[in-house]
Ligand binder design. Structure first.
Ligand code: BES
Ligand code: MN
Ligand code: ZN
Length: 498
């Protein structure tokens, strides 16, 4: 999708469709509708009178050959209550407009920018919403939805030349949303097309395209580094594990004192549960168990283009959790790279094992801050549902920084506690740690287990088991992989202050 600006006056702008939004109190006169010519608004007033135009959120009213405009059609999207308006709402309105119009054969559209929506944050959110709306999960269907595309999305300024800030914001929005769509593409791939080596190959290709450093450790190197936990998870599969490492170095070398930020993403390309095998019913969903890793690849793709002044390293432990004659068993004791020994009480609690060694590796490479994202527990979905990510960590400063970034970009997150007393829950009688802490507080003990390997290094954990996927089609977003929380982490890494 090409994103650009159109500087003709609104009545003169000749496009197949012009998009606007309206609040629910007086939808013919408010929102960005208020910038339209008098005659157009008079026509909308009639529609409001008849009850067709209400401004209810995501309501779509399409007017062909609208009075007073050169545009072939005018789309008014309901924005709901003005008191609840935000950039998060705006992002969704642009998405709803794109999905509505492309389904009706429109390929080029413009979106009315008013004074309230031409600030950089709004422009960025609109661009993001438009690009995110393009994605569809039907990669392998012969007749794809997304062949109906909006090729060109222009911001209609009504005559003004856009500021440099507005142009930069539009570009930033495109870059970030394309990165998020890249994550969604990876998460969507079935596991026969996404083994650990295939994930590594995608990472290499992306790194080459955007000028990042990429190093992939194979099974021999993983064993040589004594990553017994990651190796244990991967040993049952014919598709051997990989440790994928990407590095971003800012154009201007930062001061020595600036921390290297490690972003660590769980990359289980399929999670059968192993010998503690999962029930058949929803097992196919476990193709998405590399969503944390895919998130970090999306984040790296964005920052390679946005070039923040922070050094960032992504570490993705990739493995397939399979039952087989070579598989690890319940009761096995693994020695992790850190030296800590782990009793495996459940081979389905594999994510924390893979993360343990990835985090130790990140620390060995000099990470000063560690942020991980993982589809770690069903328990987090029981607690927070499908739309809210669980945030965990001992370091309140870093937890709050992540939460503030989430808030700024419209990703929903909620902090769940970590608690010293719960460390007893994952004690083992034979080894240093056990890999499960029982059913109660399962998301917390899983997080805390991972945190044991971060040690004193500031660490934040995001459990995205619920938010990686949306089972519901939204007016602004396809059903399927969400690419959550790419925007949060990109925001964090591009807004770092010492
Ligand atoms: N990948 C799963 C968690 C998951 C569940 C992600 C549903 C997405 C949707 C993870 O590896 C797992 O199996 N966790 C177990 C942990 C338990 C064995 C302690 C769980 O949540 O049941
Ligand atoms: Mn599992
Ligand atoms: Zn898993």
């Amino acid at each position: 999708m090409k994103i650009d600006f159109a500087t003709e006056s609104l009545d003169q702008l000749a496009v197949p469709a012009l998009g606007t939004f309206a609040f629910d109190d007086d939808p013919a006169a408010n929102g960005s509708v208020c910038h339209l010519p008098e005659t157009t608004r008079a026509m909308l007033a009639e529609l409001e009178e008849s009850g067709e135009l209400t401004g209810k959120v995501y309501e779509t009213t399409l007017i062909h050959r609208p009075a007073g405009l050169e545009a072939r059609a005018l789309l008014v999207i309901g924005a709901g209550k003005e008191s609840k308006f935000s950039t998060a709402v705006l992002r969704r309105l642009a998405g709803a407009a794109v999905r509505y119009l492309r389904a009706r054969g429109v390929h080029r559209m413009a979106w009315v920018l008013g004074p309230k929506t031409s600030d950089p944050e709004s422009v960025q959110a609109l661009a993001e919403g438009a690009v995110l709306a393009e994605f569809d999960a039907d990669t392998y269907r012969s007749e794809r939805n997304s062949v109906k595309r909006i090729d060109e999305f222009r911001f209609a300024t009504g005559g003004q030349a856009p500021s440099d800030d507005a142009r930069a914001a539009a570009e930033r929005g495109r870059v970030i949303a394309e990165a998020q769509n890249f994550t969604r593409e990876l998460v969507n791939e079935p596991s026969n097309r996404m083994t650990p080596e295939m994930l590594a190959e995608r990472a290499r290709r992306m790194a080459n395209e955007f000028g990042l450093d990429c190093e992939v450790l194979d099974e021999t190197q993983i064993q040589a580094l004594k990553m017994g936990a990651l190796w244990g998870v991967g040993q049952g599969s014919d598709a051997p594990p990989r440790l994928i490492v990407l590095r971003y170095n800012p154009p201007q070398p930062p001061p020595e004192s600036a921390p290297l930020i490690a972003i660590v993403g769980k990359g289980i390309t399929f999670d059968t549960g192993g010998i503690s095998i999962k029930p058949a019913a929803d097992m196919h969903e476990m193709k998405t168990d590399m969503a944390g890793g895919a998130t970090m690849l999306g984040v790296m793709r964005a920052i390679a283009q946005l070039k923040p002044s922070t050094r960032v390293m992504a570490v993705i432990p990739a493995a397939e959790n399979m039952p087989s004659g070579k598989a690890y068993r319940p009761g096995d004791v693994l020695t992790s790279m850190s030296g800590k020994t782990i009793e495996v009480l459940n081979t389905d609690a594999e994510g924390r094992l893979a993360l343990a060694d990835a985090i130790t590796y990140a620390k060995q490479q000099g990470a000063g801050v560690i942020i991980d994202a993982a589809t770690l527990t069903g328990a987090v979905t029981v607690a927070l549902g499908p739309a809210i990510t669980g945030v965990f960590g001992w370091n309140k400063d870093w937890v709050n920084r992540v939460r503030a970034s989430a808030e700024a970009v419209g990703d929903k997150m909620w902090e769940l506690p970590v608690d010293e007393d719960y460390r007893d829950l994952y004690k083992s009688s034979i080894a240093d740690l056990a890999n499960t802490g029982g059913r109660h507080g399962g998301a917390i003990t899983a997080a805390m287990f991972v945190g044991e390997f971060a040690g004193d290094t500031p660490w934040v954990h995001l459990d995205i088991a619920g938010t990686r996927w949306s089972n519901e089609e939204k007016p602004y977003l396809a059903k399927g992989p969400t690419g959550h929380p790419v925007r949060t982490l990109v925001h964090l890494l591009t807004h770092m202050q010492a």
